[in-house]
Design a protein around this ligand. Structure first.
Ligand SMILES: [Mn+2]
Length: 278
């Protein structure tokens, strides 16, 4: 019932810019959450197809063991992703899997390799321009994982919606003889706390990378793609394949770039690339 038909021959033609099939030195992806209906497997397959690389890092939460235990969900497209990853390893790409919290079952197999995919607790990637990047999922850095979930639900319409809800709520409260109470102010406090959580996470991960003597860090976990310097350390979060369809790539010259896929004009605005001196 969950099988999505895969029309192999109905593939749209690659955009002109991709016709030459650019090659990347490294691709970092995380938070695919295979085994859940939220996983955007088709977009991911398309991304992998268009982004061949020498190194491929799977930065955790690749398979969602938590959700699979609760309810089995494994459509054909999720098989296709696994096949694609295995094929990539077979074709000479170094595929490294750093388990996250949702696929913590794989942490028992650290040091082993499956079909050429190495399982490690964390990794160090050296870029073409000699920078050392610590690769970790990032779940060790949060005390309260649930907080991050807030961000997933915070949209532009939230404020309008809460104002509307607020009106109804207070009409009811007035009828019950209760004083006015602002729902939107309450929610804004919650959202602010969630945003603080993200900042705390980013700062903590970057600080640990620095403490370990690296120039930067690549992580995932909080489903928020980002690339910026934090106190002199490069913080890269490759985002996720549940909502944002994002990946971090290293070009052949060592330049890092966050990619949104497919690159639509709307997402192009938030496209981030490193400023490198010519
Ligand atoms: Mn995670």
């Amino acid at each position: 019932m969950n099988e999505s038909p895969v029309a192999q021959d109905a593939e749209p033609a690659a955009p002109a810019a991709l016709a030459g099939q650019r090659r990347f030195r490294a691709v970092f992806i995380s938070d695919l959450h295979l085994g859940t209906p939220g996983c955007q497997a088709d977009a991911l397959l398309d991304f992998l197809k268009h982004h061949p690389s020498d190194h491929l890092y799977l930065v955790g939460d690749i398979v969602d063991g938590w959700q699979l235990r609760r309810r089995w969900f494994w459509p054909q497209a999720h098989n296709d992703v696994v096949q694609k990853l295995l094929r990539r390893a077979r074709k000479g790409c170094r595929v490294v899997f750093v388990p996250g919290n949702h696929d913590e079952f794989a942490r028992a197999f650290v040091g082993h390799s499956f079909g050429g995919i190495e399982v490690v607790s964390d990794a160090v990637h050296t870029t073409a321009d000699g920078r050392s990047l610590w690769v970790t999922h990032g779940d060790h850095f949060d005390g309260v994982i649930q907080c991050a979930k807030w961000l997933a639900y915070v949209g532009d319409n939230l404020y309008e919606f809460t104002l509307k809800l607020n009106r109804h709520l207070n009409t009811w409260r007035a009828r019950m003889g209760l004083p006015y109470w602002s729902l939107s102010a309450y929610l804004k406090g919650k959202v602010k706390k969630a945003l603080n959580y993200v900042t705390d996470f980013e700062v903590a991960v970057a600080a640990e990378a620095r403490r370990r003597g690296h120039d930067g860090v690549v992580c995932g976990h909080i489903h928020r793609a980002e690339m910026r310097e934090i106190n002199g350390t490069l913080y890269c979060n490759d985002g996720d394949w549940v909502e944002s369809h994002t990946a971090l790539v290293e070009h052949l010259d060592g330049r890092l770039e966050l990619l949104y896929w497919p690159a639509t004009p709307a997402t192009h605005v938030s496209h981030q690339t490193e400023q490198v001196p010519a």
